[in-house]
Design a protein around this ligand. Sequence first.
Ligand SMILES: Nc1ncnc2c1ncn2[C@@H]1O[C@H](COP(=O)(O)OP(=O)(O)OP(=O)(O)O)[C@@H](O)[C@H]1O
Length: 276
Amino acid sequence: MLTFHQVGRRYGLGGPWVLRGVGLALPAGTLARVAGANGTGKSTLLRLAAGIDAPSAGRIEGRPRTAYVPERFPPALPFTAHGYLTHLGRVHGLSRRTARVRAERWLDRFGARAHGETPLAELSKGTVQKVAVAQALLAEPELLVLDEAWTGLDAEARDALDEVVTERVAGGASVLFVDHDPRRLAGAVSAAYEVSGTSLIAAERGTARVRIDAEAPPGTKLPDGLPPEATHERDPSGTVRFTVPAAHSDALLRALLTAAGPWHIHRVRPPAARER
Ligand SMILES: Nc1ncnc2c1ncn2[C@@H]1O[C@H](COP(=O)(O)OP(=O)(O)OP(=O)(O)O)[C@@H](O)[C@H]1O
């Protein structure tokens, strides 16, 4: 888990504070969105979370295996798309063969397989963006930091990225993202923040969602009286993951606890709250 404690960042000696006193906790399985006006410090926050920038004040604890898609990806490298991804896979410790297979798989998933042998410098902006996303996914990160990663992707690749993000979160990874489209992954976001002034504030309580993992004997039907906003997904292990807006989590718990079939509640994961 990554935790920010009273984190501040300013650029240059005596420069103005961009962020100050920021607290943030990203437990496994969090899908967190960061919004805010232009130039307020969203990218600064994401670079700190990605570990490619360091706080000027406070501290950041925990360093899950992290991957980052920056707002601008430098494509001027002497590699083909496939060669670059294979190289990065090797850097991440994969065998040459695994690196090649994964590079191909991710290019394929984002509809860029045909460009695998094209030098990065000759790729269109959209395809470079696909490579940027693929490089982040190669290492199967525990924390994925996406700074406007959808921008420049075609509609299919945007959908593919939505899917991959949802899959990784369901698999226990955390994802922290900025996107200009407020509807991006709206139903799945578990924590929403806004950079305002130099602070990070928990945004729009209504979008915060609580996840409840519960289990019942095979064949048990879902309890009556589930809040209509609750969504659920069954794990192969038999666990059912419910997600519900924070305001309705009590109703969901009540429905599970009073259900006819025996539901065992494994865990309740609240939305990551601002540190107080
Ligand atoms: N490397 C840097 N050196 C100096 N100042 C910087 C640097 N990076 C960011 N800043 C400044 O920090 C402030 C916040 O920038 P940041 O890019 O984090 O904001 P943002 O919310 O991501 O902006 P946008 O929505 O335009 O992408 C801005 O005033 C910016 O000029």
